[in-house]
Structure formats: C-alpha cells, structure tokens
Design a protein around this ligand. Structure first.
Ligand code: GRF
Length: 227
C-alpha cells in the first residue's frame, strides 16, 4: 500500500485506460500497479482495435478488456456506436480517472462532457505546439531545438485542454522521426506514471478552480529527462 506525505494510506485510484496500439504505456502502468509502485487499480481497458497488442497485455495481466472495434455485420464501428458502448462500460467500471494512452480516435464533446470521470491524454509534443498527428516529423521540419510529450486534460477541442505535465528532451542533429519517436517514448514511460502518481496524491489537480486556489506549482509541471 502506498503512503502519502502525511503518512496516510492512499486509496488506489481506479483507472480505465483507452488504447489503440502497442500498449507500451499501458504496460508501464500494469507493471507499476503490480509492483505496488503506484496507488492505482486498472479497472478495465477499452480498445477500438481488436488487433491492438495492448489487448494482449491487458488480458495477460488479468484486466477486464472491452474491444469495441466492429459491429455485428462486420463493419468498423462508427464513433457514435463506440461512444455508446464505451459509456456503458465506463459506467459499469466506475473509474476515478480515464487515461487515453495511445488512443487514436477523436471523441465527441458529448462523450467527453458526460464521461463518468475526468479524462487525461498523453500527447507526443510539447503542447500547445504540435497538436494532432505526425508530431516528430513536423518538429524536425521546423528546426525545433526541444521536443517531448505532454499530459493534458481532455476537452472537446483536440489536444487543447489544460496541460498538466511535460517531459522535455533536446533534439540532436542526428535525430530522425524514428529516433525521436523512440526517445520521446522513453519520456512517456516516465511522465505517465509520475503524473498519475501526482493526481493520486493530490500533487496536481484536474479542475480549474482547484488549480487556481492551489499552493502547488503552476502547471504544467515539467520533467527534464535524459533520453
Ligand atoms: C505514444 O507514443 C503516444 O505518444 C501516441 O501513441 C503512442 C502510444 O504508444 N499518442 P503505446 O501504444 O503506449 O505503445
């Protein structure tokens, strides 16, 4: 069991994770949960792809998985249908926090506003710069000197919610989109669990009113990581 700064036991944060791909970030959370290194309980994983390796990772860890990829006729599930099933699933799991970790569908304002828990997203750029896709290529083409990743609150506007935390690296003259992707992923694997730990122990708040009245450092919190 984890202990906060006042030595009180921390109630595990119930987390639902939405994924679309490899799930390496999900694996980091699974490993930390199983090691007792993070006060979380992953109550379920939702994937919009049946071929996502994240599904295998979740099942191997004995975590409940909902794959919402196709309708009965075999067609790919439309976003409205996905959201209807995802809402029902989240309501059943009752998470405290929904984590989008490599989840590659754009969610509607209606779904986000009515979600049963706050949502955070992991994005591979130093927001507000480079919202959207292909961030590593765009960063290199623009001649940036720094790059990294951000965790932000999910709002209806894409990649535009309050940025909670960022991890930063210096771009090397030898970097390619592929090398940057790998280096940023090293950052992601530290930023995501660290940020969730901050949320769990009250080191960062998700609501604007609490953020405004907080004695804690102004957001985003920034980590400099050598990757
Ligand atoms: C991450 O690199 C994230 O930045 C992007 O999708 C990737 C997900 O990786 N949005 P994984 O599925 O956690 O391995």
């Amino acid at each position: 069991m984890s202990i906060d700064q006042t030595s009180q036991p921390v109630k595990p944060l119930r987390i639902a994770v939405l994924v679309s791909g490899s799930g390496s970030n999900l694996q980091v959370l699974i490993d930390a949960m199983q090691a007792g290194a993070l006060p979380i309980e992953i109550v379920g994983v939702i994937s919009n792809r049946d071929d996502a390796y994240a599904v295998t990772r979740a099942k191997d860890a004995g975590i409940e998985v909902a794959v919402l990829s196709h309708v009965e006729s075999g067609k790919r599930m439309g976003i409205k249908t996905f959201e209807k099933h995802a809402t029902a699933q989240l309501e059943a799991w009752q998470p405290d926090l929904v984590v989008l970790a490599g989840f590659m569908r754009v969610l509607s304002a209606d779904f986000i506003d009515n979600a049963p828990a706050p949502m955070i997203n992991l994005h591979p750029s130093l927001l507000p710069a480079y919202k959207g896709l292909d961030t590593h290529t765009r960063v290199l083409c623009s001649g940036e000197r720094e790059h990294g990743c951000s965790i932000h609150v999910v709002t209806a506007e894409l990649d535009a919610g309050q940025v909670l935390s960022q991890a930063v690296l210096p771009i090397r003259h030898t970097d390619t989109p592929d090398s940057l992707q790998k280096r940023v992923q090293v950052l992601e694997h530290q930023l995501l669990p660290w940020t969730i730990l901050q949320i769990a122990i009250g080191g960062v708040s998700l609501t604007p009113s609490e953020q405004a009245s907080s004695i804690l450092p102004a957001l985003p919190l920034r980590l400099l990581i050598d990757a």
